[in-house]
Design a binder for this molecule. Sequence first.
Ligand SMILES: NC(=O)c1ccc[n+]([C@@H]2O[C@H](COP(=O)([O-])OP(=O)(O)OC[C@H]3O[C@@H](n4cnc5c(N)ncnc54)[C@H](O)[C@@H]3O)[C@@H](O)[C@H]2O)c1
Length: 256
Amino acid sequence: MRFKDQVVVITGATGGLGSDAARGFAREGAKLLLVDRDDGTELAAELGAQFHRADVTRDADVAGYVAAALAVFGRIDVFFNNAGIEGRIAPIMELTEADFDAVMGVNAKGVFLGLKHVLPVMVKQRAGAVVNTASTASHVGSPGLGPYVASKHAVLGLTRVAAVEVAKLGVRVNAVCPGPTETRMIRSLEEQAGARGLNDARERYMAGIPLGRYCTPAEITAAVMFLSSSDASGMTGTHMLVDGGRTGAPSSSAMR
Ligand SMILES: NC(=O)c1ccc[n+]([C@@H]2O[C@H](COP(=O)([O-])OP(=O)(O)OC[C@H]3O[C@@H](n4cnc5c(N)ncnc54)[C@H](O)[C@@H]3O)[C@@H](O)[C@H]2O)c1
């Protein structure tokens, strides 16, 4: 019960990683505000949580979910800043301005707005922990994933800046970097690669992972909960890779 009575806000909470983390935090006693652009009332009911619908790319929506958390619970102890999209897979030469803006809007601006509105709450409390969802794409390039890779590099940059800005104010900011993980998102990437004629995308992804498999959402949740807990009190401005060894392995990609 590491999070007994702590208030945890999760964005992208109805998705694969967000919903697994919600269940993990709930099991350890947290009070949850689940945020997503999709409906999360069923999940919230299952977990005895609150649900707040919001688009993380809109400043007013982000201010709205922070206000909702304060109205219901009066504080925010943990913020899992996790909503993200993969966007369209194609070489940079084929991508449009709209393709780039869509991915940067959710993955980079959404994370920025979350930090902008949640950090003042935590600074006022002189306590809090943030985990931003970055990726192995924060560390390596992958053909076809230009906007996504750019956005996830941005998440690590924001993590480092935010961490040093609030380090002396009682707030820690870290990132989790999942490798390919069993959720809707990796299925979409496989399907898009397949549609571009790479029918063995799954095998190619797996071939680049020394463990020989995708991670499970539970393996990502374990890292998120560790970084959010007092066990990680000495960690800020850094990241944890949970990627089956992918970034330490010789480069491999579904798009080659
Ligand atoms: N699954 C993987 O292989 C993998 C690997 C590395 C990083 N990630 C990252 O993990 C995070 C979670 O992804 P996932 O795998 O659970 O995918 P997912 O598609 O299951 O979940 C993403 C969630 O974010 C929500 N969302 C998207 N745009 C939003 C917006 N504008 N406002 C509010 N909510 C929005 C979606 O509705 C969805 O519930 C993302 O940031 C993703 O980039 C995933």
